[in-house]
Design a protein around this ligand. Structure first.
Ligand code: NI
Length: 253
């Protein structure tokens, strides 16, 4: 039923019940998950999850928060990881000018480097863009990468359309169900169904009515229901189309 294209089950928030939870979710309609790395260490824990479960895939890369610790040799390591067949994307990579956990020039440098690497290994990218909309778009446009997803999309419809034109998908998650999500609702209204991916960002960004609690992929039911209301198509149809989209972007060479 559900294909969660963005989750972090190697996060310490799942230390107590990781495997029970994953197995229970899989029995309850979570067919596939892409687990996303955020730093060099989690590249390894992410790959371990993909190795343990046939229905889990992995993305490797370093999050803008963590690029302050990146070294040149890490690019070679990630390039090597990308050769494993269950690695379906480079991510999450991008810019975060909200928290500025890594200084901005450092973020810009490693974002461009990781895009270049994604192009070389011919994998789609998973983009984290927060309060850096214009610059993030410009850096991607300057690169030759033309396949990927803008994860937890939070910008305007206009920007979403520009990304779609560039070949990108729009990642929609729990935020869509928030009371103040007018902008995201408008994005879903205006972007064709075949450009939308569903995601949780577990353990973060839980949808209403479980907002504030640890997120998991079963909560995609709330996101899917909201999309079905907006698009006026059935829940089954939303699941089917978003699954097809995930297969197209991550599994079609
Ligand atoms: Ni994430």
């Amino acid at each position: 039923m559900y294909f969660d294209t963005h989750a972090h089950y190697d996060d310490e928030a799942f230390d107590e019940d990781r495997y029970e939870l994953i197995e229970e979710m899989h029995k309850n309609g979570v067919d596939n998950i892409i687990n996303i790395a955020t730093d060099m260490e989690s590249c390894k824990t992410t790959m371990a999850l993909a190795q343990k479960y046939d229905f889990i895939y992995a993305a490797v890369g370093v999050h803008p928060h963590e690029v302050k610790d990146m070294k040149e040799e890490d690019i070679n390591k990630i390039t090597e990881y990308c050769k494993y067949d269950k690695i379906v994307a480079v991510g999450e990579i991008g810019l975060d000018f909200h928290y500025d956990f890594s200084d901005r020039d450092t973020q810009r440098y490693w974002f461009a480097k990781q895009l270049e690497m994604a192009e070389k290994v011919d994998l789609p990218v998973i983009i984290h863009s927060r309060e850096a909309t214009r610059e993030c778009y410009e850096i991607i446009k300057k690169s030759n990468v033309r396949k990927g997803v803008i994860h937890a999309f939070s910008s305007s419809t206009e920007v979403a359309k520009e990304y779609v034109k560039l070949g990108f998908y729009i990642g929609i998650g729990g935020v869509l169900t928030f009371k103040n999500a007018k902008k995201t609702v408008e994005v879903v209204e205006n972007i064709p169904m075949d450009k939308i991916l569903i995601e949780t960002d577990s353990p973060y960004l839980s949808p209403v009515p479980v907002r504030g609690h640890r997120n998991n992929s079963q909560n995609l039911q709330y996101v899917v229901r909201k999309i079905s209301e907006i698009k006026q198509i059935s829940v089954e149809n939303v699941c089917e189309i978003t699954r097809k989209n995930a297969l197209t972007i991550f599994f079609k060479k």
